[in-house]
Design a protein around this ligand. Sequence first.
Ligand code: AP5
Length: 216
Amino acid sequence: MNVVLMGMPGVGKGTQAEWLERENGLSRIATGDMLREAVQQGTPLGRRVREYLESGQLVPDDMVGELIGRRLGNSEVRRGFVLDGFPRTRQQVVLLDRVLDRRGLRLDAALLLTASEQDIVRRLEGRRVCPHCRKVYHLASRPPKSAGVCDACGAALIQRADDSGEVVLDRIRLYGERTSPALQAYRERGLLHEIEGGGRPDEVHRRVREELERLS
Ligand code: AP5
């Protein structure tokens, strides 16, 4: 299956995409992770996008489109993919259509995870990430075994620069302005399926799995 996971910042796209990768063998393509990696490695792309990421602004469509185009060219995506964080503007929906056409691929569904704004803020503010292996934790719902330390590689956990204060609110506002038209584009094509994203991660996962079973 080829699916897109959509939803507000912090709704749990990454958490569910990781699950789908592990259980269903889908190739996970997360634009946020790819961009953060470029920043961390100091590549030319990383230097161009750093400020957008830190301030919670969207990276220009052509830059993300190029990244996705290259990644969807890899042979591993033929076994099925889950796109996490792309597309998030109407223009990116068009870009994705073009890339998929060129590669002879088809999108089966766009899954929209929903949750209250209160849940979203709680999830973002409590998120901690490993800067080394990128494992994602939450102070309450997914704490590391030893406070502040990554279970997998032992590195000190950090808070993402865009996960606190005003930047969180800016990201939520931007989602409403820029991503709603992308959702509408998939809704019009009958590809959009809403899934309640409240509750524990495993409960959300059960709903995602049931939806995918219905679609297959
Ligand atoms: P990106 O990294 O994609 O950020 P995002 O979409 O804002 O999503 P998040 O990663 O913040 O959240 P998520 O939904 O994956 O939640 P998670 O599973 O981690 O993008 C970052 C930036 O890159 C953007 O701001 C932009 O600058 C740029 N960018 C990326 N893609 C772009 C694009 N296409 N175009 C332009 N610019 C782009 O969960 C959050 C926390 O909650 C975690 O701690 C988790 O453990 C916890 N949690 C998850 N599920 C639950 C649950 N059910 N109950 C309790 N806790 C939970």
